[in-house]
Design a binder for this molecule. Sequence first.
Ligand code: 5AD
Ligand code: SF4
Length: 426
Amino acid sequence: MNAYDSARMRDAMAVHGYQETENPSEADILLLNTCHIREKASEKLFSEIGRLNEFKKARKQEGKDTLIVVCGCVVQAEGAEILKRSHPVDIALGPQNYHRLPELVAAYNRKNGRVLLADFPSDSKFDYLPKTKATSASSFLAVQEGCDNFCTYCVVPYTRGCEYSRPASDILKEAQELVSTGAKEIMLLGQNVNCWHGDGASDLGDLINQLAQIEGLERIRYTTSYPSKITQNLIDAHAKLDKLMPYIHLPIQSGSDVILKAMNRQYTAKSYEEIVAMFRKARPDIAVSSDFIVGFPGETDDDFAQTMEVVKRVRYASSFSFKYSPRPGTPAALMKNQVPEDIKTKRLMILQAELLKQQQEFNSQTVGKILPVLLTERGKKEGQLVGYTPYLQGTHVSLPDTFLNQIVMLEITDASATSLTGVKVD
Ligand code: 5AD
Ligand code: SF4
């Protein structure tokens, strides 16, 4: 979502003659987009500001001014503190206000001074953002934002605000803009993407059916889904639409019903597994991935063992797993039975070893198959390109740049736990 937001800020500034650059020394504005989800992500902010300030100081010596703008969820949570603590920061901007970046930059340049904007406006930023263009052959598109689920560990409902779904007509228009500027794949984004309930379609499945009509759009993905809010219509879309990629990111967080209840997740391990089975029935080859939190307050060895059992039954293609990180203002941070750090570390290692093994297994079974790969990036090695299979496996191939942004049929020749290697078949 932050990558998407950054691209939209680029769009907003482009109207005023600004251009994106990879080189901080030539930037008039340095934008730092932040994440508040875990402590580790938040902590990076001040060291990054220090790093950017070196560019600001060097440019000052050449007589050039540089604005440092910090945006994203850390600003929403502690913007005033950032301005107080960090003098190089000129503008602090919450995630619901980034459409106002040009206006704030103009005001700053009129010497109005440092500014913080982190309220929740009643109208949507999406109504103010200008046209967009594809960042690559695979582009993001936010369809839904915010969350009303209030999992007890999570800051998102406080930083991103309550759920909001964009109307289908806006989404279709933006998808068209992305496709006409080079996108072949669109990843629909939302903190609870399958809770989408905007005007113009009955649910996410219906919206995807409408998007699939766009000529030139070859692949559709979506993330992140909330397990108990999956509709039959969305599952059916996987059976029906070739453009909808066989991949579902379905965070379970824990396999223990006691912990799921304490997390305020609205499902049990059993109902989660039933949903996975429904996806597999509709699309037997679907890749399933998940997020896990280990060491949530009160998690016992037995609770953790139940997570491991579910993992062994479900069999994941890939996953993200984290140690529970107490976040200020969330109910779980105040729970008395916090799990010691060394136990969290031990459990995370056990879980990640199993997930990595499953990822290796999933990747290995594609060796020998011929798969369409959308080549989106240049590889580290000269003459190498990197792309993604329908199952979102990163795949390396030796091919010239002319194949960049193309979907190419590759025979998979090798698999590691983290990536595949392939050769082009004619
Ligand atoms: N501690 C650890 N992981 C967290 N996540 C969200 N909040 C926390 C937290 N406080 C994880 C969840 C979620 C993913 C985006 O981040 O697994 O699905
Ligand atoms: Fe956070 Fe996701 Fe829970 Fe919402 S559903 S509170 S975004 S973990």
